[in-house]
Design a protein around this ligand. Sequence first.
Ligand code: ADP
Ligand code: MG
Length: 253
Amino acid sequence: MSLLEIKNLHISIGDKAIVKGFNLTIKPGEVHAIMGPNGTGKSTLAKAIAGHPSYTITGGDVILDGKSILAMQPDERARSGLFLAFQYPSEIPGVSIANFLRAAVQARMAEGEELDASGYYKKLYSKMDLLKIDRKFTSRAVNDGFSGGEKKRCEILQMAMLEPHFALMDETDSGLDIDALRIVADGVNTLRSGPLGILLITHYQRLLDYIVPDFVHVMYDGRIVKSGNKSLALELEAKGYDWVKQEFAAANA
Ligand code: ADP
Ligand code: MG
């Protein structure tokens, strides 16, 4: 069983405190949505957990299956079962998706273990069939000239191939039209059937019409200020974030 525990996490960028005491536990198969106004530290949280070097963890802990990941390099975190889908995925001209994914899968294998090519393609094609992705897709260079929807599809395919225990998805819905949103949601819902735990960061409620979360949390000023279920997301959509800010200001006055 896999458990991700984020305990009283504090994160700084330079000497500026951004995340200020974030607590959350994700159990296998659970989908937790984090919503909140821009600039509140959502991406900072996701990147710091993945091990981005620009973000300093100044307090608290992130524990995966009973073991702190904070001393681990990003690749070790990935091998332990964490996956981060970026808000803005990088373009890698000249490297095909097939080769990129092959390198990524190989990198996650134990030292001395060799990825067998026919096994790899068998797995790749079965994942593509599962996600209803055209075979031609993987001969294109990673994200090079891709539409918003294609980039997200590429992230979902990576996620399917790497089979993480926990996925952090940062605004996977940003910049997507409704068709692309459906593609992403179908992909996530397909992968969701197993033990995968998901932290879904989103600014808008719309994605949650398609990926129904088990829990919704509102993040403000670097921490969770409110938790609920899907109806909290609907309330936020109807009322905006101002009331969250006001409640926070009143509580901290
Ligand atoms: P969100 O994803 O909730 O919109 P972010 O985590 O991106 O918020 O940003 C939180 C705060 O950290 C903002 O004030 C932002 O300006 C600041 N910030 C984010 N990344 C950097 C960076 N690389 N350097 C300096 N400040 C940053
Ligand atoms: Mg963000």
